[in-house]
Design a protein around this ligand. Structure first.
Ligand code: XMP
Length: 328
């Protein structure tokens, strides 16, 4: 396998299903040549890159690919279920599902500093993945969803080259990185050609620490549920109203702050949900999507009625800068 980290100038941009198929055929052959009858371990988050790599490796080596999906408890509603449905049930993948939600939530209990939260989640992820890897024997290869911007950014020193919290280098496994020379749009074209569902291929960006960074302050199970449920309502309404695929990123935040309200004639003292919906091309600057007022009103009604512990909804009108896209 050509292990160069430089995309040749002659490499054609993958824009069509035909070009995607050609790429898939080449990579399937290259992976088989590299790993022969060996086994490959892959941390499958359910994000675009790791999902496309999983589908490609399943095509190349079938059940010799061992996927590990760690549910750290900060995933969106329905995400672990979708990973299990698509990979285990539809693609017959060798998938290990680890429900580590309690473990992660206990680890971040009482932690309010955003960077500390990220650090704890990253470390714990490596521990969980390591523990799973230690239960397996005879695995010499590690699959990774590295894409070309990761390589370019790590060369420029913008961000450490890692996926899903960074996997341990001391694992001493040979890397299998079949999409490392592709740009994001090409990864999506390849994913479609591999038969992955549109909801997986065209997913909006989602931070590795997930909903943890959308639960500012010390995370509790109750407030995390309020984030998860309000996010699900927002996504459902955006999909119904033609905003899915049009708005770059949208989500909800539930800060650790309560205000007074009224429900069924009685005083309440509950959290508020913040809606954020932004457009950008590179995530360096972002503008605010102008959501129709009627839709905002409808979403507010649904969230205050359906989400436990919430009595108010706010819309964040701050572009980046001065705000970042995420609140933490
Ligand atoms: P900010 O908040 O910096 O976000 O304006 C820019 C983009 O990066 C995503 N983001 C993350 N992605 N791990 C990730 O993988 C993280 O810790 C993280 N923090 C922010 C964010 O969702 C947005 O798309």
């Amino acid at each position: 396998m050509d292990n160069s980290n430089v995309r040749p100038e002659t490499m054609e941009r993958i824009t069509t299903p035909e070009l995607a198929q050609k790429f898939i055929d080449e990579q399937v052959a290259a992976v088989r040549e590299q790993v022969k009858d060996g086994k490959v371990l892959l941390a499958l988050s359910g994000g675009v890159d790791s999902s496309v790599v999983a589908a490609l490796l399943i095509k190349a080596i079938g059940r010799n690919l061992v996927c590990v999906h760690v549910n750290h408890g900060f995933l969106r509603k329905g995400e672990p279920e979708q990973v299990i449905e698509v990979f285990r049930n539809q693609m017959n993948a060798n998938l290990i599902y680890v429900d580590a939600a309690d473990r992660f939530i206990d680890k971040v209990a009482g932690v309010t500093d955003p960077e500390e939260k990220r650090h704890i989640i990253g470390e714990e992820f490596i521990k969980v993945f390591d523990e799973e890897a230690a239960k397996l024997t005879g695995i010499h290869f590690l699959g990774q969803g590295t894409i070309y911007p990761d390589i370019l950014e790590s060369e420029k020193g913008i961000k450490a080259h890692h996926n899903v919290g960074g996997l341990p280098e001391e694992m001493e496994m040979e890397l299998v990185e079949p999409v490392k020379l592709l740009y994001k749009d090409e990864v999506r074209v390849v994913g479609r050609a591999l038969g992955l569902p549109e909801s997986m291929v065209d997913r909006q960006p989602f931070p590795g620490p997930g909903l943890a960074v959308r639960t500012p302050g010390a995370i509790t199970r109750e407030r995390l549920e309020a984030v998860r449920e309000s996010d699900a309502i927002l996504r459902e309404e955006f999909a119904k109203n033609g905003l899915q695929g049009k708005v770059w990123q949208y989500f909800t935040i539930v800060p650790d702050f309560k205000s007074t309200g009224i429900k069924d004639g009685k005083r309440t003292f509950d959290w508020f949900v913040v809606i954020r919906a932004v457009n950008t091309t590179d995530a360096i600057e972002a503008s605010i999507e102008e959501i129709p007022y009627d839709l905002l009103r409808h979403i507010t009604k649904r969230i205050t009625t359906e989400v436990k512990g919430v009595n108010r909804v706010l819309y964040d009108l701050t572009p980046k800068p001065s705000g970042t896209i995420e609140w933490e």
